[in-house]
Design a protein around this ligand. Structure first.
Ligand SMILES: [Zn+2]
Ligand SMILES: [Zn+2]
Length: 312
């Protein structure tokens, strides 16, 4: 896996209560070294182990809302991190009430952790985490309790610097190389301007990932995640239960596909499938009739996204 790629692991695609068919919502996004976890349903530790993902690689956790199926796995995961003598800091983001929920669970169960744990609750709209390689933003979802949707965008990766080419063009090794690597044109011998594109290979697109959390169809979310590489959207029901979906502020597979179309997403993954469905085929078919690039993963399915070179 190269630095600009992304691996998405569907740890749990069910909802409500865990079943033998599906675990509760949790999706891991693996970047080069770190893992970002979106929701942490009960059983998330077991699913992470089945997927061979180390707890210690998780650096950020995003909780969409405080319905139990999305967050009851979090205190257990943090206490296992403490048992494993974690030192690496951990940041957790989510809606109001998350901090007191986690802190009281850790305190009541006497968890002694020795790492920096930052819990940012009360997140609403805007940037939640800004790292050199990616940015994660949140925005309000439409649900029966305060809830968030998230989008992660990786930075575009600059093409590889070609030192031989730079020398050929008469750029001496030193600060001018650095300027070219940073994307600035430089002057050599006062007569010739060397442009970064002459010495850098093609840059690679920044991949992106969006996670709806529990929500009724939200056009605002669609516009916030335009051109996303992969949209993970809840699809609790299929269209025959559309009324139920709107009563409980959830989405159907068709509605998720409409959001993917609006967003011009490249791919759509349907999760949060109601336990009433024996398998995910109906969801997949319904979504595909509207948005061809739809799929309904099973627990522990993995999708690897590769960034491609982009023409300047
Ligand atoms: Zn839910
Ligand atoms: Zn919910």
């Amino acid at each position: 896996m190269c630095g600009s790629d992304m691996k998405v692991v569907f740890l749990g695609v069910g909802c409500g209560m865990p079943s033998l068919r599906r675990a509760l919502p949790a999706v891991a996004v693996c970047l080069n070294k770190e893992i970002l976890l979106f929701d942490a349903g009960e059983g998330v530790q077991y699913q992470l182990q089945c997927a061979h993902l180390s707890f210690q690689r998780i650096t950020e956790i995003y909780i969409s809302h405080l319905h139990g199926d999305h967050c009851l796995g979090l205190p257990g995961l943090i206490s296992s991190m403490a048992l494993l003598h974690r030192k690496r800091p951990l940041s957790v983001f989510g809606p109001p009430g998350l901090k007191s929920f986690v802190e009281s669970a850790l305190e009541s169960t006497h968890v002694d952790y020795q790492f920096d744990l930052t819990i940012r609750d009360g997140c609403t709209k805007g940037k939640l985490s800004e790292q050199p390689r990616y940015v994660v933003e949140g925005l309000p979802a439409i649900h029966s309790v305060p809830a968030l949707s998230f989008v992660l965008r990786m930075a575009r990766v600059q093409g590889k610097f070609n030192p031989e080419k730079a020398e050929q063009l008469g750029v001496p090794k030193g600060p001018l190389w650095k300027q070219l690597q940073q994307g600035y044109a430089v002057q050599v011998k006062r007569t010739r301007t060397v442009h970064p594109r002459e010495v850098l290979g093609p840059s690679r697109e920044g991949l992106s990932f969006a996670y709806s959390g529990d929500t009724a169809p939200n056009p605002e979310f669609a516009s916030a995640v335009k051109d996303v590489s992969i949209l993970v959207h809840e699809a609790t029901y299929t269209s025959e239960y559309e009324e139920k979906a709107s009563e409980y502020l959830h989405s159907t597979a068709a509605q998720a596909a409409e959001i993917a179309t609006l967003a011009k997403a490249r791919r759509l993954a349907l999760i949060h499938i109601s336990p009433r469905y024996e398998n995910n085929l109906q969801h997949e078919q319904e979504a595909r009739s509207i948005f061809q690039q739809s799929f309904a993963p099973n627990d522990l399915d993995v999708i690897e996204l590769r960034s491609v070179s982009v023409e300047e």
